[in-house]
Design a protein around this ligand. Structure first.
Ligand SMILES: C[S@@+](CC[C@H](N)C(=O)[O-])C[C@H]1O[C@@H](n2cnc3c(N)ncnc32)[C@H](O)[C@@H]1O
Length: 293
């Protein structure tokens, strides 16, 4: 499968990498961005992070020509500061975060992320002991109200109550196809290109992986991680995530900690949209860190 790192020219430009830079790719995925970053480094170092050990192993493989400059590390954002400190690198000159799931995670049916493929209802980004709760646990053991609240809060799904009711009545639910059918019942889907199950799947994925809490933890950790003059570049694909980034960047700017480099959110070019339609909802924001901490 062809893999295009999203908005890579813009990412590299905003990161303003020098040959001696210390850069962290917080979301290595398959190593698409990491490979381009590593190619620009000489004495610099790339810390390549992902919570998903299977993806990180692929990223390591895909970037092996630059292995001498790369320090792979597995874990969630919230444990990164501790792991980074132990590496003894000091502070970062650049940090990239490309939120969401990778193509690998999305298209492997056994990971349970996609309503387009039938698979077990898993949805954990990391299938090791770091994460126990699966999407199946949520739909089969949570109360109808809890499920409705998750669909509404994380998926902005206005049919949350009806879907939660259908889910609870149909239990046990084991597969993505079963859930997709339940989430689609009663929806006026014929007029839209988007599947009526989209929001349900997105909400469960965000909840199971605590994605909002993780993003907030990463943003809170920036003051201790970033060097003066360093850059932070964030790519997001959902309005809920973009809102968190926008507000926190504004807060940093008001506090004199950072300067916003993207007055308006940056979106993929027409050329990129033609080449990679999957990039259509991408939004890029960047800041320059200004305060010594
Ligand atoms: C969109 S993909 C990144 C793709 C990558 N930039 C590339 O070019 O191949 C997002 C990756 O971030 C990882 N991820 C998401 N949330 C994370 C978190 N809180 N901590 C660590 N990794 C996370 C996922 O496991 C996934 O592999």
């Amino acid at each position: 499968m062809a893999h295009f790192p999203v908005m890579s020219a813009e990412v590299l430009s905003y990161l303003a990498i020098r040959s001696e830079s210390r850069i962290a790719d917080m979301t290595a995925g398959l190593g698409g961005h990491s490979k381009q970053i590593a190619a620009l480094l000489d004495s610099g170092v790339l810390v390549m992070n992902d919570r998903d050990g299977e993806s990180l192993a692929e990223a390591v493989e895909n970037t092996r020509e630059f292995a001498a400059k790369i320090r792979p590390t597995q874990g969630v954002f919230s444990t990164f500061p501790e792991r980074f400190r132990e590496m003894g690198i000091g502070q970062l000159d650049g940090l990239l975060v490309d939120l969401g799931v990778s193509m690998k995670q999305l298209t492997e049916p056994e990971r349970g992320f996609s309503f387009r493929h039938d698979g077990p209802l898993d949805m954990r980004m990391s299938r090791d002991s770091e994460q126990d709760l699966t999407a199946a646990d949520v739909v089969n053991t949570f109360s109808e109200k809890e499920i409705a609240d998750i669909l509404y809060e994380y998926g902005e799904e206005w049919r949350s109550r009806a879907i939660a009711r259908a889910v609870v009545r149909a239990r046990p639910i084991h597969t993505t196809r079963q859930l997709a059918q339940l989430a689609g019942q009663g929806a006026a889907s014929r007029d839209t290109k988007v599947s009526p199950a989209t929001k349900t799947f997105m909400a469960l994925r965000l909840y199971v992986n605590r994605e909002m809490d993780e993003l907030k933890a990463l943003l809170e950790a920036l003051p201790g991680l970033m060097a003066v003059g360093s850059r932070v570049v964030a790519l997001s694909f959902m309005s809920t995530e973009d809102r968190i980034l926008k507000q926190k960047f504004q807060e940093f700017q008001r506090a004199g900690l950072a300067k916003i480099l993207t007055k308006h959110v940056v979106k993929p070019s027409d050329e990129e949209l033609r080449r990679n339609p999957a990039s259509r909802s991408a939004k890029l924001r960047a800041i320059e860190w200004q305060a010594a901490t």
